[in-house]
Design a protein around this ligand. Structure first.
Ligand code: ADP
Length: 321
């Protein structure tokens, strides 16, 4: 951003320095302050030379060099843009937002794919009605399963002998499976790949961030979460890993009365706008609780959903191309 004034309060750009904005009253001396703010994480420890390659300290200012960890794509694959969909905890609608993003981008004419990295809670195949279908493979690689409208999908549930079998694996094995989805699956001419990440900031999201070149992440949250803490954690992790943040989506934000059209805040007001403003990230959209949406997912027909709540989210993703 050549014209940056470094005054984030007058600017809505979702640039990397926006997330570093110090809170009001900040003296920029973290040694005299205990606030766990985004700029604190960037504070270098005493004696820091800012050359992370010569230092093993796991401090907030460490910027990871991810190039050593990148895994190659299958030689037959082509993927233009990769978007990670993350959340602080499970059940907030991360898989749903991942699915809707693929559906909407497909409707715009792009070739889409979903890599289901939520290995222990895979819900993508069900939303697309792929229950009981198994992925094929040969000496060239593993083939993703196409949905009815052409989204290429890979999920552990498409490989298990029985989809009700639990995945009882330790973290490194799960992470290895995700890497295999990236490196061994043959992704054909994909414009946008969406990765349904496991919730939280643990082993597997870390591996995904390290091994797959992610162009941007969408953070999904819901009003009943401790929004400030959860969103801040996700943002800090993305910053640490040098992954651009496209913005935050609030799911189950409200319920619209089918009779009078009034919006009811079932879980109370979330305060997301304030938090996002403070952290310098965009709120890309707010999705209602919509029984039709739940029904479409349960019936395996997410591709037939007609609601129109994804406009700004889709625009932020499309702008990456
Ligand atoms: P996560 O991936 O964060 O664990 P899911 O996307 O699997 O969450 O959503 C959990 C459940 O809630 C699913 O059954 C989904 O269909 C339902 N759901 C999510 N968002 C909505 C919504 N806005 N309206 C209705 N049902 C929803």
């Amino acid at each position: 951003m050549s014209e940056c004034t470094h005054n984030c309060s007058t600017c809505s750009a979702n640039c990397p320095s926006a997330g570093q904005q110090a809170p009001e009253g900040c003296t920029h001396d973290c040694s005299t302050c205990s606030a766990n703010c985004p700029s604190a994480a960037q504070q270098a420890p005493e004696g820091c030379t800012h050359d992370c390659s010569t230092c093993s300290a796991n401090c907030g200012s460490r910027q990871m060099d991810l190039s050593d960890f990148r895994k190659p794509l299958n030689p037959l694959s082509k993927v233009k843009k990769v978007i990670g969909v993350v959340s602080g905890k499970g059940g907030v609608g991360k898989s749903l937002v991942t699915s809707l993003l693929a559906v909407e981008m497909g409707r715009l004419g792009y070739t889409t794919a979903i890599l289901d990295a939520d290995i222990t809670g895979p819900s993508i195949p069900k939303a697309f009605g792929l229950n009981g279908i198994r992925a094929d493979g040969d000496e060239l690689g593993i083939y993703p399963v196409p949905s009815k409208f052409g989204t290429q999908i890979m999920s552990v549930n498409l490989l298990l002998p029985d989809e009700t079998d639990p995945v009882v694996w330790r973290g490194p094995v799960i992470a290895g499976q995700v890497e295999q989805f990236w490196s061994e699956v043959i992704w054909k001419d994909v414009d946008f790949m969406f990765i349904d990440m496991p919730p939280g900031t643990g082993d597997v999201p870390l591996t995904v961030f390290q091994s797959i070149p992610i162009d941007g992440i969408v953070i999904v949250t819901s009003p009943q979460q401790l929004v400030s803490m959860v969103v801040t954690k996700a943002i800090k992790m993305a910053q640490l890993m040098n992954v651009p943040i496209l913005g935050v989506v609030e799911n189950m934000s409200y319920l619209q009365c089918p009779d009078c059209g009034k919006r009811l805040s079932v879980f109370g007001e979330s305060g997301l706008d304030k938090v996002a403003d403070k952290l310098g990230v965009k709120v890309l959209g707010k999705l209602p609780i919509d029984p039709a949406l739940a029904r479409n997912v349960d019936d395996g027909q997410i591709e037939l959903y007609e609601g129109d709540y994804m406009g700004d989210i889709v625009a932020a993703v499309e702008a990456l191309l």
